[in-house]
Design a protein around this ligand. Structure first.
Ligand SMILES: Cc1cc2nc3c(=O)[nH]c(=O)nc-3n(C[C@H](O)[C@H](O)[C@H](O)COP(=O)(O)O)c2cc1C
Length: 109
């Protein structure tokens, strides 16, 4: 079954063709935009997918898209995401961050 076959691209190699779509969870601390403490566990549980795309993550305080959406701007946010990537890598997985700027529909942080 091709779905379970390895994907060998030029930029990325995947052990299978199953990708987890980006899905907003709305679980971050709304004041700080720091991902919820169990975010690493959540993504690590899904590390057997060929590729994980994270939930959309705002890249600028003015581009926050809604309540409980995590950011990747402050040192605390970056540290929390580092824990996520390390947990996924420890389980043999691969994860990309989905960068999100909500533009005109933003609710600034
Ligand atoms: C709860 C939920 C959250 C989602 N969050 C994101 C997101 O953060 N970024 C994104 O690009 N798509 C997001 N999506 C869209 C999904 O990644 C996916 O493309 C979509 O659910 C598939 O299409 P369908 O729902 O019409 O079957 C979300 C979907 C759901 C159901």
């Amino acid at each position: 079954m091709r779905l379970l076959e390895a994907f060998r691209g030029t930029a990325i190699q995947l052990p299978n063709r199953i990708a987890m779509a980006p899905m907003t969870r709305g679980r971050a601390d709304d004041k700080t935009g720091v991902p919820h403490p169990r975010t690493a566990e959540y993504y690590a549980q899904r590390a057997s997918a060929g590729l994980i795309a994270s939930e959309g993550v705002w890249v600028n305080q003015t581009g926050k898209s809604g309540p409980g959406i995590p950011g990747l701007v402050t040192e605390r946010q970056a540290e929390a995401w580092r824990e996520v990537t390390e947990a996924v890598h420890e389980k043999g997985g691969r994860i990309f961050v989905q960068l999100w700027y909500a533009g005109g529909s933003a609710i600034p942080a």
